[in-house]
Ligand binder design. Sequence first.
Ligand code: B12
Ligand code: SF4
Length: 312
Amino acid sequence: MKVFLVHVRDPQFYAVPSNTRAKNGRLRVMGFPPIGVMSLAAVLKRAGHDVVMFDQANPETPDAFIIGKMLRQRPDLVGLSFLSTTSYPYAKILARQMRAADANVKIAFGGVFATLNARLIKMQVPEVDFVCRGDGEHLILDLLDRLDDPATVTGVTWQEGDGTLRHNPDRPLERSLDQWPYPDREGLPIDFIESMPLDVPAVLSLDRFTTMQTSRGCPWPCVFCDIPIFNEGKWRARGESTWSGNWLACSGRATERSSSWTTTSCSSPGGSRRSAAASASRGSPSSGAARGGSTRPAWICFRRWTRPTAGR
Ligand code: B12
Ligand code: SF4
């Protein structure tokens, strides 16, 4: 089946530098790679589906371009992925434009914010068919099998023909992250370069860079943080080989010089942004974040700079 995946951006959190092209011809974007859609793309491709990824940071693929392509290629499903409160308005706009252009296209929302606000989002944006909650890897494969009758697809909030809102049961949390392939880093024609979110007035190296996911979740219960809810209070790590495997998957593209790694488990205040951006390592795993000698990715949150002795 054909799937479009769109990473919906808040324009505050990326920029296109004046020198927009890398020597290899790829577009340069100051921002973080969208590893949510990249993770889903890898899983879908492995299962034999045809995937087209878009990132709203790419000025060559504005919304009108994506919609035009959607009308020509008629994907079976369009997945819109967004992170938080501030990108939700852009997701709504795009979904409504898509629905106006095509009354039959199946549209799904996913991501942390969508997960935590699924019922409200489904009521506020009826143009969206499915609000997908939690990890998307298995969910999107199941959904593709049952697009016309999602009643048994766990983790989906949707609406029956008579208007009844359905909030299907949660999907059991997958403990093994190693069952999934590394994110698809080739499917977008973009080189991401190191920068801070634009509300922070700092330019970093401007080198090509990427992020890797070594674990999900957190065992602590800080009341202001939604990570424990999204992950049911569990910390799930990829295995020992992940660090080097992920690294090879990233650095296979020769000019990748700087990278940052993230547990994607940390939160504000002072957590998420620093975990993702400022725990940057340079060089290879052996010279970077794994300096401690171990190649096992450690749990980390800048609010609690420690390693738990046991998960909850
Ligand atoms: C990296 C990161 C950033 C980066 C951006 C990365 C990027 N590519 O754009 C930066 C530093 C720019 C950033 C900024 C902000 N962030 Co931030 N960020 C994160 C972080 C640490 C990791 C996100 C990530 O890459 N996850 C890894 C991927 C694999 O997971 P995922 O995206 O969730 O995708 C999975 C599922 O959600 C699902 N899925 C996702 N999309 C879809 C779509 C479909 C169709 C389906 C089926 C499934 C699906 O499947 C994926 C694979 O399982 C998260 C914390 C976290 N653990 O998620 C916070 C987090 C998302 N950020 C958060 C916030 C608040 C912000 C800011 C608003 C902070 C601020 N005040 O300035 C801004 C807003 C940015 C924006 N709206 O664009 C909050 C969101 C809270 C909420 N309830 O909405 C989080 C959860 C942290 C927290 N606990 O506070 N962020
Ligand atoms: S702030 Fe950090 S330690 Fe606290 S629950 Fe969130 S991720 Fe865990």
